[in-house]
Design a protein. Structure first.
Lengths: 363, 268
């Protein structure tokens, strides 16, 4: 993977608006064919970063390279990009055909070739019948597909997606998500995707870059970012996490025992992270769905076993979300439902496996 | 329940008052249009038969036909120049950030806030100071100055509503700034541009005050021609000319607005 060509590179890129720094010095490399997601809450600098790659915003410092060439001074219309905007931005006064053909016209393609490429692009997004319609005659999902067709028909070096799914209905969004990823994979097109939706990011990306306050918090594969958050922000932003403060009381290789005030002792595994010293203060992250509740404790694992009482039950169909009081703490737990959910006030055994405990330096 | 009774009477009073005001405003216009079709030399009621003779005389009156041509030419040129400048100004004011933007906006709108006489005299004095004689281009310049704010206001309002991402999409697809304007921005603001053209034309066509100050000797527009004719006598021809003016200044904008509406609806 690593010897693949870097299609987009950012080195030390900064964006300031007056005294406000929207993007702190940032380095980023996107490999050919990769689907990279910039994930973060609004105002984290993800859209600004995308706009700088697009040439819609000029970086205050640093270099942006596309296919190895510095593009800081290359205007947007010469960058060979495809952008899908949040509100589609289909030209309302042009037919679907003319919308999709728009980019080809400026690439000096011959008429016959334009017609052929447009129809191929419309086939790809499964809307071959819509060429003569106007955008306002299409549904949101259809407009979304046409916007995608318009962006990819020019065979851009990079496809930039600015929250393209956020204007769609929830159930449509999931379908589009699968399809978008499929088309991206099929074309092998290098893609940068901006979203604040963690499930989109997890489902679609080869690499996720979690951003907060203009900084990269963590980057890695979806699995890596999800299961091994490296900061409290990432832990909180992705999924439902429990954060606990503790102190290392015993250490045997990678196996740690960590005392958490008001809860008890938790066993953890420091594999893959820098092993903390005995007595070191730590912050622990435990994902809500990694905690296992059962009515009777099971002996066969090396898990930490605690006893708790169900405080609230949030029934979600195939799973349920509980708040469980353990000692002086309230833990959030999401478990699949086996026959029927635990009732409020029930005594349960709470099990946490050592490898599901993520260790963070205290902040 | 005398309170409720009072409200009812006061509403009907307001209604009656409103009707009276409208009558006061439009009755003279109606009378002029009506008398334009009067067969008799002297306008009085009851009318003694309908006739189109005054319109025929209008047509045969060289001075009036010349004034009409001047007005149409002046109005068209004013519309063309004002709209071009107005669109460019609006683009600058809406799409770009620069120092003194607020000041420029205010100055741009100022001509419709300053009394026309003041504006007229000011421009005249200014050109005296530059030692430039009165001329048709000067008259055109004057008309552009006070029609431009209308165009800017209309186009600006539309441009604000055109989302920036249409233009960004065009740019990202390889169109340069000029192509983007021609292919995307201009079609999207076309209804406003069209409305601007109509406004500029009608305002120019209708103008008396500024025109009286700025027109060079021997050049008359329709309104100044009417003015001149009124000084001698009240001829029924004036009624006919007035009727033509009413039609032009009412029908053109109405037609324009309905076309602009249709264009805007097509873009939605």
């Amino acid at each position: 993977m690593s010897d693949r060509e870097q299609v987009v590179e950012l080195s030390g890129v900064v964006k300031r608006y007056g005294n406000f720094t929207a993007v702190e010095p940032m380095n980023l490399a996107v490999e050919a064919g990769a689907f990279v997601t910039l994930l973060g809450p609004s105002g984290c600098g993800k859209t600004t970063t995308l706009r700088m790659v697009a040439g819609l915003a000029a970086p205050s410092a640093g270099d942006i390279l596309i296919k190895g060439a510095r593009v800081n001074d290359v205007p947007i219309h010469k960058r060979n990009l495809g952008i899908v905007f949040q509100n589609y931005a289909l030209f309302p006064h042009k037919t679907v055909f003319d919308n999709v053909a728009f980019g080809l016209k400026y690439r000096k393609a011959a008429k016959a070739q334009i017609a052929e490429r447009v129809s191929r692009a419309l086939d790809l997004v499964q809307l071959p019948q819509m060429a003569d319609r106007f955008p306002n005659q299409l549904s949101g999902g259809q407009q979304q597909r046409i916007a995608l067709a318009r962006a990819i028909v020019v065979e851009p070096d990079v496809l930039l997606l600015d929250e393209p799914l956020s204007a769609l209905d929830a159930n449509l969004r999931e379908g589009m998500r699968v399809e978008l990823k499929k088309i991206q994979h099929q074309l092998g097109i290098t893609t940068i995707f901006v979203t604040h939706d963690q499930s989109e990011a997890l489902a679609m990306s080869d690499k996720i870059i979690v951003m907060n306050q203009g900084r990269i918090e963590q980057e890695g594969s979806p699995e890596d970012v999800y299961t091994r958050p490296r900061s409290e922000f990432v832990a909180r932003f992705l999924g439902n996490s429990n954060l606990l403060d503790g102190q290392v009381t015993a250490r045997d290789g990678n196996a740690l025992r960590i005392a958490v005030e008001g809860l008890g002792e938790i066993q953890a595994d420091s594999e893959g992270t820098e092993a903390p010293q005995n007595g070191a203060r730590l912050r622990l992250v435990v994902r809500a769905e990694k905690i296992r509740l059962s009515s009777t404790p099971q002996d066969k694992t090396d898990a930490t076993r605690l006893t708790g009482r169900i405080e609230t039950v949030d029934y979600q169909g195939q799973s349920a979300r509980y708040f469980v009081t353990v000692g002086t703490h309230s833990l959030q737990v999401i478990n699949p439902i086996d026959r029927r959910p635990f009732g409020q006030g029930a005594e349960v055994s709470v099990e946490i496996r050592p490898r599901d405990v993520v260790l963070l330096k205290p902040e | 329940m005398s309170g409720g009774q009072n409200i009812v009477t006061s509403w009907s009073l307001i209604r009656a008052f409103t009707i009276l005001i409208y009558l006061f405003m439009f009755l003279p216009v109606a009378v002029v249009v009506l008398l334009a079709f009067n067969a008799n030399q002297f306008g009085s009621f009851p009318m003694e038969g309908l006739s189109l003779r005054w319109f025929v005389e209008l047509w045969n009156n060289d001075a009036i036909v010349r004034a009409f041509k001047t007005s149409v030419l002046l109005g068209s040129l004013t519309a063309a120049v004002s709209t071009t400048l107005g669109v460019l100004t609006s683009l600058a004011l809406v799409r770009y950030d620069f120092r003194g933007k607020g000041l420029i906006t205010t100055l741009m709108i100022a001509p419709i806030l300053v009394p026309e006489v003041v504006l007229a005299v000011a421009l005249l004095l200014f050109l005296r100071w530059l030692e430039m004689p009165k001329s048709f281009p000067l008259l055109l310049l004057g008309h552009v100055i006070f029609t431009l704010p209308f165009v800017v206001l209309i186009v600006q309002a539309r441009l604000v509503a055109v989302r920036r991402d249409y233009e960004e999409a065009a740019l990202s697809l390889g169109a340069n700034a000029f192509h983007t304007f021609r292919e995307v921005t201009l079609p999207l603001i076309m209804p406003a541009v069209f409305a601007g053209v109509i406004f500029a034309f009608t305002i120019s066509f209708d103008d008396v005050t500024g025109t009286l100050f700025w027109k060079p000797g021997g050049v008359e527009t329709v309104p100044t021609q009417i003015f001149a004719m009124l000084r001698n006598s009240i001829s029924p021809e004036i009624n006919a000319l007035g009727a033509v003016m009413v039609v032009v200044t009412v029908a053109v904008p109405l037609l324009g607005v309905s076309i602009a509406r249709r264009m805007a609806a097509a873009l939605r």
